[in-house]
Design a protein around this ligand. Structure first.
Ligand code: PRT
Ligand code: ZN
Length: 285
């Protein structure tokens, strides 16, 4: 039976998020111990464990059908692949940073300066768009020490918490690119592989939707229900069940993580009591 070949990072910052997301989709994989390939139970999928930098190329060439990789690596690699889904983990940004004591006002500061980076393609596109004429020094690692050792005036590197910059006496001054993990696919999949990919994406979306929504249960006097429904649209409409006490109901619905606190405040104002919020595991709508 044909299997969908998925390339994922074998270890590193993408690994845990990827494996957790797959597990939430009912796809249990385990790498480690130098394993290169693993099969998945109950779904026709084979998982290839690779270095993240190699994933775009493998997917372009069809060695893997799909892959999970950071957008930063994908765009820098500049390969012919399709982006299918943004996955919402391993969020980070590619930023320009300069020594902390620099009198930096705006991007023009970089004119005529030397910038060290592992992302020459993304950086040169950004500099060109902003009409900045700077010299790019491509280095493959430890970019954060480049100014300290006199190799460059500034750096362009991946930042998430900012603590690496801080520890190296640097300050972040511009964001060049925002990144998160994405699912990519080969551009010429067979109809059978496309069908498998759609099944996989269906699971991913059910998990993504569930994690951005909460199930809410509350009690309210019957005369306040209409008011409460106006704040709680639910998927179709809220579920209403009578309580053992006459004149009261229990209302069940789904609310999005984004406006969660605002909705809770408004529910309280409208007379809701005993509000319970429960996580949702999967959501198929
Ligand atoms: O071995 P392999 O080649 O597979 O892995 P790798 O070492 O090249 O990559 P890895 O595992 O470090 O990162 C994989 C992906 O995670 C990156 O391509 C990004 O998409 C994403 N990601 C998210 C990050 C970070 N956060 C991150 N903080 N990648 C790197 N960093 C590094 C950054 O380079 C810098 O050195 O962490 C440091 C900055 O972190 P803060 O928290 O101090 O700001
Ligand atoms: Zn890498």
């Amino acid at each position: 039976m044909e299997k969908l070949k998925l390339a994922i990072q074998k270890s590193g910052r993408l690994y845990e998020g990827t494996v957790n997301l797959l597990a939430n989709c009912g796809l249990n994989v385990s790498g480690g111990n130098g394993k290169l390939i693993s099969t998945v139970q109950h779904f026709p999928m084979e998982v290839l464990f690779l270095r993240d930098d190699d994933i775009p190329q493998y997917v372009q060439d069809g060695v893997a059908d799909v892959g999970i990789v950071g957008e930063n690596v994908l765009v820098e690699a500049d390969k012919e692949v399709e982006i299918c889904e943004k996955l919402g983990f391993s969020a980070c940004r590619l930023s320009l940073a300069v020594p902390r004591n620099t009198n930096y006002k705006d991007l023009k500061w970089f004119n005529g300066k030397h910038i060290a980076t592992s992302y020459p393609r993304l950086l040169s596109k950004f500099l060109m768009e902003n009409k900045i004429d700077a010299q790019i020094h491509e280095i493959s690692g430890s970019v954060e020490i480049a100014t300290g050792i006199g190799l460059a005036d500034g750096i362009c590197d991946i930042v998430s918490t900012g603590s690496t910059l801080l520890m190296n006496g640097l300050k972040e001054v511009e964001t060049v690119f925002r990144s998160e993990a994405v699912l990519i696919s080969n551009k010429t999949l067979t109809p059978l592989k496309i069908d498998l990919l759609n099944k996989f994406r269906f699971r991913l979306n059910a998990v993504k939707k569930a994690s951005s929504n909460k199930y809410v249960l509350l009690n309210a006097p019957n005369e306040r229900l209409e008011d409460i429904f106006s704040v709680l649209p639910g998927i179709k409409s809220p579920t209403v069940l009578p309580l053992a006490i006459a004149g009261w109901s229990s209302v069940h619905s789904v609310i999005s993580e984004v406006d969660f606190w605002e909705v809770i405040d408004r529910l309280k104002e409208k007379g809701a009591q005993g509000i319970l919020i429960v996580p949702i595991e999967k959501m198929v709508v």
